[in-house]
Design a protein around this ligand. Structure first.
Ligand code: EPU
Length: 428
């Protein structure tokens, strides 16, 4: 069992690099299924989820190698069609192979991922979208099974601008016959990144980054080399960490324009935020205790739901009370119970949380329940008196490459320790 042991109270200062976005590269890897031959993705983060997606692709017949931040995918002419539960349950993003497999082979069988610690996470819009393109989709024995002849372009209206459903439909529609229009499409930068890759591969797409994406199907795509866009959630985590620790952090390689609302909130809290001259990145500096700010999560360009735990952690040490509203997932507040173990004053009601800031938090043993909740707890622990031990850190490792090394580089007192599981006699 691995833990993070943190001694709170250090001011974070220095430079920290941001690599490619987890939520982009996983889908870019699935996109590689659409073209026979060698796709190369650069700036990939070295995290467990990339290794899991590599295994998903290998079991479909691809050869995948990972060398530093370079992922090379050799996709054969003839692909398998099944993604098993043992991989999908470890990483629900595996579901994104459904659309490309269907487009390439006419059939796909992917295990249903189920819910997780942030919410119920349905697939109804993925399925309705693929059905609109002509697929027959059923669900049997824990698998979603999709079959089709040649997919045909169609109009698809999403009830909610779902990132996953937009990607799924995009990846199927590029090889469909005719025109597909996705209305109420997600506008996240990661969607734009996938559309950029698809266009480089020969797809015809307009409207990426807007609510209406139009795709003119083509006969085939060719493999290319593509650089993954920087991770805005990791960059936002560093920005909030700088403010909470009253530090001075330069986030190298990040795109400030992908974090406009987040950085604006930090300025309202009292921080100075400046772009770097001549290079991507920004500097966040904070001299005083942050002022409380209200936060409402929404699909992009709104405040990202993935930064909600960090926003609550920020509120927990700010001066005054913040109202934090979650509009994307139904159980994102689950981690609040862990945060209150560190002394935070948080009350939740439905999708609202009222956070009353405290001058100091106090260290305690806590548990990471998902990637972002884990990162939020680390930020809170860095501001707490005394020591905190965070368990289940494998969640955090899924989203934050070199997290401990990067934090130590900024001056944090954090170590990863391997401890044996407690050994109780639990027999009856
Ligand atoms: N939803 C449905 N039906 C669907 C699809 C989505 O009800 O068919 C609901 C979900 O249950 C959720 C909401 O719509 O309540 C939004 O889901 P969305 O599809 O937009 O999210 P996702 O594709 O499952 C991705 C990221 C998440 C990120 C969200 C929102 C990946 C691998 N995951 O999830 O990232 O929070 O978009 O931006 O890209 C993370 O990185 O920690 C993470 C959870």
């Amino acid at each position: 069992m691995e833990l993070f042991r943190i001694a709170g109270g250090t001011r974070l200062a220095g430079d920290v690099p941001v690599t490619g976005a987890k939520n982009s590269v996983l889908k870019l890897m699935a996109t590689a299924l659409l073209a026979e031959g060698r796709t190369v993705l650069t700036s990939a983060p070295q995290i467990l989820d990339v290794a899991i997606m590599a295994e998903v692709l290998r079991r479909l017949g691809c050869t995948v190698t990972m060398d530093g931040g370079r992922v090379t995918i050799d996709c054969p002419e003839s692909l398998g069609s099944e993604a098993d539960y043992d991989l999908v349950r470890r990483m629900r993003a595996s579901i994104c192979v459904l659309g490309p497999l269907l487009a390439r082979t006419g059939e796909a069988k992917v295990a249903l991922p189920g819910g997780d610690n942030i919410g119920s996470r349905g697939l109804d819009m993925h399925i309705a979208g693929l059905t609109r393109l002509g697929a027959e989709v059923t669900s049997e024995h824990g698998y979603v099974i999709a079959r089709s002849g040649q997919l045909a372009g169609a109009g698809v209206w999403l009830d909610f601008p779902s990132v996953g459903a937009t990607e799924q439909i995009l990846m199927a529609a590029v090889l469909a016959k005719g025109t597909t229009v996705i209305d109420n499409a997600a506008r996240e930068p990661e969607i734009v990144d996938i559309c950029t890759l698809l266009t480089e591969m020969g797809a015809q797409i307009s409207g990426a980054g807007t609510s209406t994406i139009e795709i003119e199907g083509v006969e085939g795509l060719h493999p290319v080399t593509h650089e993954t866009l920087p991770d805005r959630i990791v960059a936002g985590t560093w920005a909030i960490a700088a403010v909470m620790s009253r530090g001075d952090v330069t986030v190298l390689g990040a795109q400030a324009r992908h974090l406009e609302i987040t950085l604006d909130k930090l300025v309202t809290a009292g921080a100075t935020v400046e772009p770097l001259l001549g290079a991507p990145g920004f500097r966040v500096a904070m001299e005083t205790r942050p002022r409380a700010v209200d936060v409402v999560t929404l699909p992009y360009p709104g405040f990202p739901s993935d930064l909600l735990p960090m926003a609550i952690a920020l509120g927990a040490v700010s001066e005054g009370a913040s109202m934090v509203t979650e509009n994307v997932f139904d159980s994102r507040f689950m981690f609040v119970n862990e945060l209150t173990r560190l002394g935070a004053d948080v009350r939740t009601d439905g999708h609202h949380a009222v956070v009353r800031g405290r001058e100091r938090l106090s260290g305690a043993p806590v548990r990471a329940t998902d990637i972002r909740a884990g990162a939020g707890l680390v930020l809170a622990a860095l501001c707490a008196d005394g020591g905190t031990e965070i368990s289940d850190v494998s969640h955090i490792d899924r989203g934050y490459p070199d997290f401990v090394a990067n934090l130590r580089g900024l001056g944090a007192d954090i170590t990863r320790v391997d401890v044996p599981e407690p050994d109780f006699p639990l027999t009856f």
